[in-house]
Every structure is written in structure tokens, then in C-alpha cells.
Unconditional design. Sequence first.
Length: 318
Amino acid sequence: MGPAGALLGLAAGLALVLLALREATEAGRSAAAWPRLAAATRGAGERPLLAFLAGAGGTVLLGSSSAWVILLEALADAGAVDLAGAVAMVLGANVGTTLTSHVAAAPLPWPWALALWAAGRASAGRARRPAWRTVAGTAGALGALLAGLDLLGGAARAALAGAGGAGWLESALGGAGAGWGFLVGTAATALAFSSALVVGLLERLLQAGALGLGQAIPVLLGSDLGTVADTLLAAAALGRRARAVAAAHLLFNLAADLAWLLLGREALARAAGALAAAPAARLAMAHSLLNLLAALPLLPARRALARAALALAGAGAD
């Protein structure tokens, strides 16, 4: 593949990934039995494990942890969910979003992925029930995501070959550059409003041999933090309780990601390496482990985290 082919693959891949993100959001909205959802979330603070699982499942359904947290902000602003329950669901959302990493790590050639997208789109158009429309729309979004990532991976391999190898990239993100990698991941995700895009690109760079797992994990941690950007922006226009949900999301991600970066990134890499074989699958496993191992111990402290988030949210109408 020449330079023109690599650029074409890059443009097509990015377009498909952005299409996937939009369609995943639309699929989640089409499910929208939100009155029943609001009824189910009342009193969630008394059932932390159920709230945690609801957060993980809601994120999988919507295809985005940001979409789920923004929904929680709206529910909290309306008084439909208590803050302790919302915190438990935010913790679950952080775990649920890692499923995308595992799916994206599975290689699927772009022609097959595009066929999945077309089938999902066609099925969603014919579905009469909102639930089936959501399932079909989510499948179509997944196909677009996998097609885009496959094209991006091919473009990355071609660009690296043309640049004479991936040594420059390893030098930029490796070793003493862990802090730099963290900042790159945070900024890229905040600007793209998507950790799925950044993590998917990391997985393709790992598959292409451009990065080792040790260099990718700081970027992954930064991306995990950067995903709070859109939830903070959304909450700014709402009341204090909504801002508290966004603050809880920020506090958890900031504490967990900095702790892993400063104290545990090497242990995280070893654990992911022991549990998965393929390079991209190892990054997906690291994504799951960093959130699961940080979120579960905090469930008993959900009320304390809710109080801290409410204080951080500042004054204003509830």
C-alpha cells in the first residue's frame, strides 16, 4: 500500500469509526423506555451491586459510558435517582465500557464488518419493537466500528513501513515517557469525545508492532481519564445533583488512573499479559482490570464518594 492508499485507508477508517459512534448513540436512544428506567433506578443506593450491574449493562446497551453517565445526570437532576445509586452506576459504567475494547480487539476484515453494518442497518429499519431496533442498530454500529478499525490498522502498518519502522513511536511513548503518554491519551480522548476511538487505535498499533504493552498502558490510562470531558460539559448546564454525578465520574477516574500510572502500571501489564495472548487482547484485558479492580472496592464507599462529589459540585439548585 502506497502513501495515497494509506491516506485513503486512514480517512475511510476515521469516517467509519465516527459513523459507528453516532449510530451507537442513536441505537441507545431508540430503546428509550426511560420512564421505566427512571422507576428502576429509584432507591438504587440501597442495592449497590444491582446498581453497579445496571450501570455496566446500560453502558453496553448505549455503546458508550459517556452516554450512560449523561443519562444519569439527567435522572439525578430530575430527582429520579439518588446520588449514592448514581455513583454505583457510574462505577459500573466504567467497567461496562471496557467490553468495547474486547470486541474491537477481535480482528474482522473490513468487508465482513461492512456486511455486518449493512445487515444491522437493514434490520433496524424493519424492526417494529424498540428493543429489536436497538439490538439491530447496535450490531450495525459494531460493524462500522470494526470496519473502521481494520482500515485504520492497515493504514498504520503502511505508514510505519514507509517511515522505516516504529522506533520513533516507541521512543515517544516508552520508558520515561509514561507521563507524556498519559497526557497524550487524556488530550486525544477529550478532543475526540471518544475513548473507543483512542483505545481502538492503540489496539491496532499493538497489532502492527508499533508499540509494546508497556508503552500503550499509560496512553490507555490517560484515555480513561479523558472520557470525563463530555460528561463534565453536559452537566455544566444542569443542576447541582447532575454536576455531582459528573464530579463523581471525574473523582473516580482521576484517582484510579493516577494510582495505576504511578504505582501499578507494570503490575497491570504483567496481569494482562498472563490473562491474554494477542497484543490487542492484552490491552483490552488491562482496560477491564484497571476499572474492575478500582471500582469494586469503592462500592461500599459509594455514599462517601457521593458526599465528596456533591461538595465538589458547589452551590446551586438541587
